[in-house]
Design a protein around this ligand. Sequence first.
Ligand code: ADE
Ligand code: ZN
Length: 322
Amino acid sequence: EQLRHMLQAMPKAELHIHIEGSLEPELIFELAQRNGVSLPYASVEALRQAYAFTDLQSFLDIYYAGASVLLTEQDFYDMTMAYLRRAAADNVRHAEIFFDPQTHTARGVPFQTVVDGIWRACQDGPISATLIMCFLRHLSEEEAIATLEEALPFRDKIIGVGLDSSEVGHPPEKFARVFERARNLGLHLVAHAGEEGPPAYIESALDVLNVERIDHGVRCLEDAELTARLVREQMALTVCPLSNIKLRVFDVMGDSNLRRLLDEGLAATVNSDDPAYFGGYINDNYLAAFDALPLDASHARRLAKNSFAAAFLEPERKRAWL
Ligand code: ADE
Ligand code: ZN
């Protein structure tokens, strides 16, 4: 009980949250109605019932369908503000928020509508928040480069780029040139790797893309040499416990390797990924992991400390929270 209170109350940073994955079924229905979009689900309950995933792709299909109700700048603002308020209630002090512009520009929503709506909410919201633009790895590198070019007028609203969507069959090296360009623009670099994909994808995210954090990365333990390197470099891993269960990376929370990652000395953090789809926000992730695994107050402190240490923030800003 004391540990649960500590997990909820401790200041934390969230480094792996897809803003489109914070879109709750209730808001999906509200936006569909507001925008005259018809949904293939009769009710909020029917939509929630469809949230039974067998792997990453089965989730992504529903997640992209959910995002189709987002049309106006106000829609993006409302979605982002709802997340920021919810995160503040979990004592998140700082969030680095992923967004997927290609999901929206492919439907004819202007890039500016997406970034302005999300960014304005970050300015108005109750916590510190910055934006990381993700490229969809199932699309081509040419399309990613075009997206980076579309982002140039909004360079000051974006702190970094990431890589998400279907991992297997789309290795990091497919995006070598666009990450090189982003690096030359002074953007921070992250990539999903080692969620469903093999340890080799973590290695190429580091060596080819030059990323500064690995999103998920839980499969690193299959490679002892890679694990030793990640420890040596204190490379942050943004672990998402509930996501890993819902997408069947692990069968049950008791099989999560979070405790082993910490025991190895890896810079693991706890995050929510797509909270509206995976059954909980960041504190639900902490609580579920600590309920199922032999983790104590010292692990809680480590995880919170790791989250601020890995954040793309000035050291002076972090110190207040550490
Ligand atoms: N997009 C949203 N959530 C994702 C995840 N967990 N992995 C890859 N792409 C995603
Ligand atoms: Zn993710």
